[in-house]
Design a binder for this molecule. Structure first.
Ligand SMILES: C[S@@+](CC[C@H](N)C(=O)[O-])C[C@H]1O[C@@H](n2cnc3c(N)ncnc32)[C@H](O)[C@@H]1O
Length: 247
């Protein structure tokens, strides 16, 4: 996979890509990430990347010329996803990360000020993505969020192939709780079942916790979730346990 980020603050993006799993994935050749300074494609002595809006009003707008030139200079493959980062886009999700991880090439366009000239959205971008319903000063943090979430899904990137499988959202449920040493921390003990060595019981407990957590915390996910036969059994057990706890 190839990821190109186009930004007026390349150092900010490079810094965020230089750690942990994303760094290792680049070193191992699973992903090739390049960060490009939009100003290298900006005209004139001042290398301006923005100008005032037609029609008047506050704020500046990102010029289309440098953005088109920057993308064209990358010679993207026809299947490349040219992603405009904008709070007006489709909300980013684990499903979207999974979908993007199957593309050969992502180009992430970071906006600033009032955002992009509309022609960039209409004639250059293939996708518009928002990382949530809030407005940031620029697209650099969203680009890092997307590059990170996509990279960890690429084949071979996570050491243990199961880690991404069990992750929250992967099968429409939140992940189960984790415990590590010590066994007793300030009087709070690790649940006995996790010490039993009984793999089937541990798996059952974890699945039950996933169901319980998702039902309690995320009614939106719960409404979409279709429990399997074995999930239905676990839900019946949960209901029994709960009625014993609160008779
Ligand atoms: C201040 S914002 C522009 C907001 C724009 N005036 C609007 O209301 O839609 C500047 C840039 O930050 C980025 N940005 C801000 N919030 C974002 C979000 N939630 N998701 C993705 N990108 C965002 C975009 O690249 C945007 O062009």
């Amino acid at each position: 996979m190839r990821i190109d980020v186009i930004t007026i603050f390349p150092d900010m993006v490079r810094a965020g890509l230089g750690y942990s799993i994303v760094k290792r994935a680049q070193e191992a050749g699973h992903v090739r990430v390049a960060v490009h300074d939009l100003r290298d494609h900006a005209p004139g002595k001042h290398r301006a990347t923005d100008d005032s809006p037609y029609g008047g009003g506050a704020g500046m707008v990102m010029l289309p010329g440098p953005l088109f030139q920057a993308v064209e200079s990358l010679d993207p493959v026809p299947e490349a996803r040219i992603i405009l980062l904008t709070p007006q886009g489709e909300t980013f999700s684990q499903a979207k990360a999974r979908e993007l991880s199957e593309a050969p090439h992502l180009v992430l366009l970071c906006g600033h000020y009032e955002g992009f000239d509309e022609r960039v959205r209409r004639h250059l971008a293939t996708d518009e993505i928002s990382i949530g319903d809030y407005v940031l000063t620029g697209g650099e943090l969203p680009a890092l969020v997307i590059a990170d979430a996509v990279t960890r899904l690429l084949p071979g990137v996570l050491g243990n192939a199961e880690s991404a499988e069990a992750d929250t959202f992967t099968d429409g449920l939140l992940e189960y709780p984790h415990y590590t040493r010590p066994l007793d921390f300030r009087g709070w003990r690790v649940p006995d079942v996790l010490l039993s060595g009984h793999h089937a019981e541990i798996a059952k407990w974890r699945r039950k916790e996933q169901l319980r957590r998702t039902r309690e915390r995320r009614p939106d996910l719960w409404a979409e979730f279709v429990p399997s036969k074995s999930d239905q059994k676990l839900l019946a057990q949960l209901a029994e346990e709960e009625s014993e706890e609160n008779p």
